[in-house]
Design a protein around this ligand. Structure first.
Ligand code: HEM
Length: 438
């Protein structure tokens, strides 16, 4: 049985809160760092506390979670023998692993926001609030309790745009893995339930007879997770130009082009369930928006095999290694930057998505998905060396049409650029106490 009170809440459930703030802190003195961590789990209701997986009786107005980089563990005084038991991708860090996930060229670390390359990126405190005021209040409470010895390097704010849409106008956050015996986090799917060990250390994983090694000591490693914290800029003007240009070339409506790129219409309706219109009659009920697989669409005539959602979660599609269910990721993201106003295009504003991609293994989940499924197409029939239409460096999206025809969208521009990445450990509540020296 999972001890929900020991697990950080955001691993198991989305808080569905419209505001987020990610505070990046440097630990200058281990004692100050330990004091902060201890205060987050000491049960004192007057101080911000880490939000756990325990179900709410009443929804709070702000939630808090804590992530630590390998540099952060060191700064808190974790001995090298213990650090050596953490997976090497985590201790190497996002910058060192950049080329594996396509962070090259314009995505490369030399173009990132400086904080992501700052060796003082030790702690990431993520706040999720019902209102801006709730986030401000918890920020103040948190920082009021920190003395010298901790330095705030940066705060990155994110917010919900309209009705769960991203800057390209798609409803996002529909599909998340159902974990162990916890309730489905959104509309249920028909995929195998992911074992808790696909997201938490110390439990049987998604691979048969395999449990990921728990970093030592167990009080530090067990019930922890790993997360890739990512800041991804979205070029909304390039996206609009792309819809117009591909519509002109192919005769498809701009909305159909948008649906083919994603695999869902912008209102969230899956192409597999409605291939010709995003507003079928009757509409696809909200609770069925995730209730599909690709068994009846093996060639991708409805939902392109290379579309974003089919690459990121191929479900029952044929993929190299038959691992379609083994690399699932929990996503916790919101948009940053001002909404794009089509009346004032090319405003030069930075906007995009900011959030955490969570799993038990950075290598087998985030890095695998980015390297094998997003940035290469050889895992699936007919994709060749194409890349994800959202995340790749542009190129081609093969389309299959009924009757055996093949077409493709070509000259796709780069739509998303990495502005920063950090590899983090999400310690359990026990582990936060352990790090605090309790
Ligand atoms: C700015 C960049 C991105 C945009 C605009 C974007 C957009 C979307 C949208 C609109 C959906 C459909 C909604 C849903 O099924 O919940 C989706 C699903 C998904 N995305 Fe992304 N995404 C981005 C980055 C990423 C990255 C970096 C990853 C992985 C590392 C990723 C993994 C996924 C996964 C796993 C799904 C669910 C697929 C499914 O279960 O059917 N996305 N994304």
């Amino acid at each position: 049985m999972l001890d929900l009170a020991d697990v950080q809440g955001l691993v198991l459930r989305g808080y569905t809160m419209p505001r987020a703030r990610h505070l990046v802190l440097r630990v200058d003195s281990p004692a100050a760092g330990r004091e902060l961590l201890g205060s987050l789990v000491d049960g004192d209701p007057r101080r911000p506390q880490v939000t756990t997986g325990t179900p709410w009786t009443e929804k709070p107005d702000c939630c808090l979670n804590l992530a630590v980089t390998a540099g952060g563990l060191r700064a808190l005084g974790v001995p090298e023998e213990s650090l050596a038991t953490f997976p090497e991708e985590f201790t190497a860090g996002a910058e060192a692993r950049a080329d594996r996930v396509g962070d090259v060229g314009p995505n490369a670390p030399e173009h990132w926001l400086p904080v992501f390359r700052d060796p003082g990126f030790h702690l990431l405190v993520s706040l999720f609030g019902q209102t801006p005021a709730a986030v401000e209040r918890v920020t103040d409470d948190l920082l009021a309790g920190t003395g010298p010895g901790l330095t705030e390097l940066c705060r990155l704010d994110a917010a919900l745009l309209g009705d769960r849409v991203d800057h390209f106008g798609y409803v996002d956050g529909i599909s998340q893995p159902t974990v162990g015996d916890t309730p489905p986090p959104g509309p249920p799917d028909r995929l195998p339930v992911a074992p808790a060990g696909a997201f938490l250390l110390g439990h049987p994983s998604q691979f048969r007879d395999h449990t990921y090694p728990v970093p030592q000591p167990p009080a530090l490693g067990r019930n922890g997770s790993f997360a890739a914290f990512r800041m991804l800029a979205q070029d909304v003007d390039a996206f609009h130009d792309l819809l117009a240009e591909q519509s002109r070339r192919t005769g498809a409506s701009p909305e159909l082009v948008a649906a083919k790129l994603c695999g869902r219409w912008r209102n969230g309706t899956p192409l597999v369930l409605s291939a010709d219109t995003g507003t079928p009659e009757p509409p696809v009920p909200a609770e069925e928006l995730n209730d599909f697989d690709y068994a009846a669409d093996p060639r991708g005539e409805r939902c392109p095999i290379g579309s974003h959602v089919r690459r990121m979660n191929p479900r029952d599609s044929r993929v190299a290694g038959n691992g379609g269910h083994k690399h699932r990721i929990v996503r916790r993201g919101l948009t940053y930057g001002p909404p794009h106003d089509p009346a004032h295009p090319r405003d030069g504003q930075d906007r995009g998505m900011l959030g955490l991609f969570i799993g038990v293994s950075l290598r087998d989940q985030f890095e695998f998905v980015m390297s094998q499924w997003a940035n290469d197409g050889r895992f699936a029939p007919g994709l060749g060396r194409t890349q994800d239409p959202f995340l790749g460096a542009g190129g081609t999206l093969p389309l299959a049409s009924p009757g055996g025809g093949r077409a493709r969208l070509t000259d796709l521009p780069r739509l998303v650029t990495t502005r920063g990445g950090a590899y983090c450990f999400l310690p359990s509540v026990t582990a936060i106490g352990h790090l605090a020296g309790r």
